[in-house]
Design a binder for this molecule. Sequence first.
Ligand code: TXE
Length: 480
Amino acid sequence: MKIQNYINGEFENPIEDHWLENYNPAKGKVYGKFPNSTNADVESAVLAAENAFPIWSNTSIDERSKILTNIADLILGNLEFLAKAESKDNGKPISLARQIDIPRAADNFRFFANAITQFSSEAHESVGFNAMNFTLRQPIGVVGCISPWNLPLYLFTWKIAPALAAGNCVVAKPSEITPMTAFILADICSEAGLPNGVLNIVQGLGNTIGQAIVKHPKIKAISFTGGTKTGAHIALTAAPMFKKLSLELGGKNPNIIFADCNYDKMLETTVRSSFANQGQICLCGSRIFVEENIYEKFKQDFIEKVAQLNVGNPEEETTDIGALISKEHLEKVKSYIDIAHTEGGNILFGGERVEVENFEKGYYLQPTIIEVFDNKCRLNQEEIFGPVVTIMSFKTDEEALSLANDAKYGLSATLWTNNLNRTMQFSKQLQTGIVWVNTWMLRDLRTPFGGQKDSGVGREGGFEALRFFTEPKNICIQYD
Ligand code: TXE
């Protein structure tokens, strides 16, 4: 299966004809190739975007909205095909791709197709000065969208949809580990009537063409999702060029469980918030803190539930946990589990690789629960980004809050309690961009999405995203 770049509405081979191999993580085997693009391909994409900008930025809001709605409809129309492609490329269970990844990609386009028809800006009358001010929100021009491998189409479209809705032209790069669904999206965009050059997709390595996109003088804003280290590197490159930056980075999210919660709902949700997508979601609740008086009960019940999770071939409907994204990533996650032995953690469940019949070369790992005794330990301070959670108990509210906040990251937190005062006190004092109370991953796309501290800067979602992808200009008119 050969994947190509999508530039100026055409599918193109990389100009210098270098290619990379694409792996199927479930089988640990190469199943295709894709462009190892170079600066020449980025140049060609930027030129196409630049040429398309006058047309697209003057396309009416209704016309833009119609085209983005067509894209949403076509994504849904190709749901099964896209879900299979995503599961094969990423190793995630087909059920997850079908229920979450692909429908949300359609929602991303549909949401911004509607949001742009409601987006407006203010006017301010300078009374006594015969002057009228209005704020003109203009599209930026050519923008860069760079996305990670964990939720490939979901996060790729989460950036592209608002950028296009706001009238920008896009140079986009999916992760080199999951190139497939971006390639399929290109076809869908053409079919939906998106004009040539409005969206350009360049496939390849982050440290070559990802860097080239970030550095390109004609790309005025970068929307990035990925690791904190990479985000810092991108900021170093783009900041001196005064580019707008939206950085959605890593997480090490606390899941705080009080005895007064709805226990059964908490337990079922905590299994999901711990291991969904093989724990490869930056929003996963990877540090579990449980009130002392239910700690023993929780430990038993949680282990019992997790033991029922089915690790296996992602193509099977019954699979709960598929393959990790790559051999390297599996080894990185495993290395953290091995630290438990030296750092004095108790592996309560899992910790071993899983051999799946007929998929012996696949990258499978058991869901793993590690009991720790000090939040300062590496297992609680570093992002593992795999099917690994730690658990420890706490006595008081103050202790829970300080444990939760004692982290470099600040993306999301989950709180289980029915106590209103506690809910308000924690919501105000948790140092995260998102707080879920008695739920997890319930997403309203109008809300600001993003984190604090090492989880990044800027917010995606709703009008925050449309404001990111536009430049506000104050027009002040004095009249007689
Ligand atoms: O990140 P990488 P990964 C985080 C998650 C984890 C990481 C996993 O916590 O840490 O992302 O994704 C490109 N210049 N989030 O391993 O390596 C690279 O090619 C320009 C947080 O993929 O940072 C890929 O396309 N680009 C998030 C993308 O950056 C570069 C949700 C990400 O790669 C580059 C999901 C460079 N120098 C994952 N180097 C959230 N907060 O929502 C790499 N890239």
